[in-house]
Design a protein around this ligand. Sequence first.
Ligand code: CP
Length: 316
Amino acid sequence: MEKRSFVTIANFSKEKILYMLEMAREFEKHPNRHLLYGRVVATLFFEPSTRTRLSFETAANRLGARVIGFSDPKATSSSKGETLKDTIKMVSNYADIIVMRHYLEGAATYATEVTNVPIVNAGDGAHQHPSQTMLDLYSIYKTQGTLENLNIFLVGDLKYGRTVHSLIQAMRHFNPTFHFIAPDELRMPEEYKIYCREHGIKFEEHHEFTAESIADADILYMTRVQQERFTDLMEYERVKNVYILTPEMLVHSRKNMKILHPLPRVNEISQGVDDCEQAYYFQQAQNGLYAREAILCDVLGITLDEVKADGARISE
Ligand code: CP
């Protein structure tokens, strides 16, 4: 079995993405397996998390693995000055997979350089969040029946929101048209606009967020303004409530349109939207379990054929 890390989605081919989505679909049919029986999965969260950590841990448990790790770095020896390198080398003595969230951009890539244990990037600073992207793709595919030729509106904090950065890279294979809706302070970083131009990805930038401006969306991807990444809290106060989605804004929406959000939300989606048929963000989080089961298997070299054969045994 060939082991591999998962730190970015940028190097995934179209075939690999579709392969991973098919594996996620297999896990949605049968979430409980023994494919990771006897394995240990470490979850090292240097930043807060609810969904990513708990869904990775649930995925590991449902696959028969055992889980070690921490969600509060203050309770670890990193608070005594232990380096990330030493922490990774230590945990590599205990675990078969390391799932890591870190506040520094590039931390996951760095971790791959100091260990042979597969590293899964559960978010590195404002950079990337590739496992979120896998569940976003799965959610888009499930709700739209395709990933091809979609109008995807990204709204809110496009500067610090790492999920939108990873999503752009993953969608490059599927001829999307992106609409970036953000205030000037939070607009999409130049490097991702350059990426779009280099890969022939169509995009437009807007400030306006109204029922009319989002009427053509197939996917409306809302994001939280990331308070923790601001150095100037006055600036955060200025922009924190810049866009708030309300049920009234959905009057012109396409029939197929779905609202995604990586969560947590703060104010950017009013509670009233939760009961609208377009709201899909809680199901999206549930899809994270299946996508992350697929990721844990893939980094250990467990193939789609093996997952299918295992599923067939369960169905007998
Ligand atoms: N979407 C996401 O990353 O959520 P958490 O921060 O709760 O893990």
